[in-house]
Each structure stands twice: as C-alpha cells, then as structure tokens.
Design a protein around this ligand. Structure first.
Ligand SMILES: [Zn+2]
Length: 379
C-alpha cells in the first residue's frame, strides 16, 4: 500500500517520510483517532515506505518485491494482531490471519463491525486476548527475514483485555532488538502505562473535501452525490461508504416496491414470476438480509401511504407521485392487513422460509386486499 492510496492525512505522511529519512523511528507508537480515518492503511503505507528499496522522497515505489509483498500483507517481518471472536480453535490472530487479510484487502477502511460481520460473529465480543502475547514474543524472536526491522501492528488495541495489555506492556518495556510496535486505537481507554510508553500520533477525521474526492475517485460517484454524502459522513470514510450503499438500496427498493404493487394490483402472473425470480434482480435472488430490508422498506412505505396527508414525511418527489396514485388503494383496514402480512413475511425470512414461495403467497394476499379496495372505489 502506497501513501498515494491512503486518503488525505498529508501532514502525517510528510512527517512519516521525514522520520524514515532521518532514521528516527520510535519503537513503540500509538495511532489514535476516530473510525474511518484510515489509520490502518496509513500504518501499512508507512511500513512499506520504510522497507521499500526504491523509495522516493514522496512515496514507496509500489513495485519492488518488498512493496509487492507488503501490499498483499504477505511480508514475513510484518505481523498483525487484531480483535477476535475467541473460541477453542481461535485464540490468537495468527489463527485467522488469512481471513483478516482477505477482509482488509477487500476494504482497506473496514471497521471493527465490518470485521466481526466478516467472521459472522456480529453478536460476539471482539477481544484481543492473552493468547496473543506468547505469539507476539514468538514472532518477534524469529530472525528478521531481511535483517532489518520486525514490525507488529496491533489494530483496535483498545480491545486488549487487561491480562493481554499487561503482557504487551512488558514487551514494550523491554522490546526485542529492532522491533517496531504500532498500536492503532479509536479511544484512549488504554492503560495509562501503555499510553505513557508509546509515542502518540493523532490521526484526525478526514475533511469533507477529502471524503468527497475519494468518493469520486474510488467509488466512481458523481461530484453532486459525493459532496452530499461527504457532508453527512462526519470525516469517516467508512460511514460515507455505508451512506452510499443505503442510498443505492433505497433507490432499488423504491423501484422494486412500485413494480410489485402494480403487479399485485393487476395480478399479472408472468410479470410476477419475473419480479420474483426470473429477472436479474428478482427479489428471490438478492439474499435474505436484503429481502428483510426490502420488507422493512415496504412496511414503512405502506405506513407512509396511510399518513400521506396527515403528517409531514420526507420522501422524494417520484415516491410522492407514486404514493398519491397508490394510497387510495390502501384503506385503514386494508393497510393493516398488509402490514401484518409483511411483518409475518419478515419473520418467516429470518426463519429461512423459501423466498419464491413466500413472495408468491404474499403477493396473492396483497392482491386480495388491493382488489377489494379497488372494487370499493369503482362501486
Ligand atoms: Zn518499493
């Protein structure tokens, strides 16, 4: 990872370059700052700059064997420690390093939540446990591959439990020769003894302009969309990415919902089959999590159509246009029947119901309700 791949943080990059040039590299450093600031990719770019054989005075070369291996997190003198969902098979970071590497290479700005989701361990407490300290000592005691520094990056160091923190402190107090520790943390909730042993670098939030530029360059967003997302992202690039996906999802759900209600109203079998499963984005093909989100979106939209003239609700002009035409088909009673059906479907998806069968029967029930309303209107 080159500095040029890290968003913003130019001042810090400059001082890292200077530290390497002067050979003044502290053996115990702490990068402190909020989520989405890019502290982890920055630390890796820094180490790559240190190890690069052809560095310039602005960046590593990106092509020498050292750069190539570090970019793939495949460098024998660079080790990582990170929080885990501990179990009897997983006690230390090296037990799941290939997975962590995969997650990081997929998204250099991943958050701790992203990592736990990646492990399918959303409900577990992420911990850096005591199993690490032995492994750290072992890794650092090995002869360095290049005869140069050995580096240990501890990501989300605030997740160290007390025993692990004490052991790591001991290592920081008497570090093996030519080792560099970089602890990365989002909070100062670390033992004071650790804070006092490390050189602290504050890694600030990104600016709105930096986030906007990154959304255009890395995510291919339009300048307008990038600016709007950057305004709400609070200097957190990871949050900006979440906002973008939500926005894309919202557009997809809105389109899908309008198609669905039109199909239900007329009950067109071929179109329904397409909508459920034969088209590219058939609802049965998008995965359970998204199906649940779509049902939640549908519940919300039915609610909006009942409240359309009663409450100020913030919806887009095209959604409002649709709801104006659609809301006459949603009576208070009918709306409640649909609510209940959508709710039931939501829970059925959680319990692994078959999506094609579920959406077919749900569509028939919604059709019944809408058709009743239509008869009442035309009568
Ligand atoms: Zn290089």
């Amino acid at each position: 990872m080159q500095f040029s791949k890290v968003i913003g943080q130019q001042q810090l990059k400059d001082s890292m370059i200077e530290a390497v040039a002067n050979g003044r590299i502290s053996h115990a450093q702490l990068f402190l700052g909020p989520e989405g600031n890019g502290a982890l990719p920055l630390a890796i770019a820094y180490i790559q700059y240190l190890f690069c054989k052809n560095r310039t005075n602005t960046d590593s070369c990106g092509t020498c064997p050292q750069c190539q291996r570090i970019t793939k997190l495949n460098y024998p003198d660079l080790h990582f420690v990170f929080p885990l969902a501990l179990s009897k098979d997983v006690e230390k970071s090296s037990d799941v390093f290939p997975k962590w590497k995969e997650a990081f290479l997929k998204d250099n700005y991943m958050s701790l939540t992203d990592w736990m989701n990646f492990l399918d361990a959303e409900n577990k407490q992420p911990v850096i446990g005591v199993g690490e300290s032995k492994d750290i000592l072992h890794q650092l005691s090995l002869t360095s591959y290049e005869g140069s520094y050995k580096v240990m990056i501890v990501w989300m160091a605030e997740k160290m439990n007390l025993v692990a923190a004490n052991k790591i402190l001991k290592i920081l107090e008497e570090p093996p020769d030519k080792t560099i520790f970089i602890l990365i943390t989002e909070s100062t909730q670390l033992p004071v003894t650790i804070l006092s042993r490390t050189q602290i670098t504050k890694v600030p939030r990104l600016t709105e302009q930096e986030i906007a530029a990154a959304l255009i360059k890395r995510n291919g967003q339009s300048p307008e969309m990038a600016a709007s997302v950057a305004r709400t992202a609070e200097g957190n690039y990871r949050f900006a990415q979440v906002l973008l996906t939500e926005d894309e999802d919202a557009q997809f759900f809105s389109k899908k919902f309008q198609e669905w209600m039109r199909i239900c109203l007329k009950l067109d079998g071929d179109k329904l089959a397409d909508w459920i499963g034969n088209s590219d984005n058939g609802i049965s093909t998008i995965g359970r999590e998204k199906q649940k989100q779509f049902l939640a979106y549908s519940i919300q939209t039915i609610r909006h159509s009942l409240l359309l003239d009663k409450l100020a609700i913030s919806i887009s002009a095209s959604d409002e246009d649709f709801l104006r035409k659609f809301s006459p088909y949603i009576s208070f009673e009918g709306g409640n029947v649909i609510f209940e059906e959508l709710n039931r479907a939501y829970h059925a998806i959680e319990r692994n119901a078959h999506p094609k069968i579920l959406f077919t029967s749900l569509s028939l029930k919604i059709h019944d309700t809408l058709a009743q309303a239509r008869r009442a209107i035309t009568a």
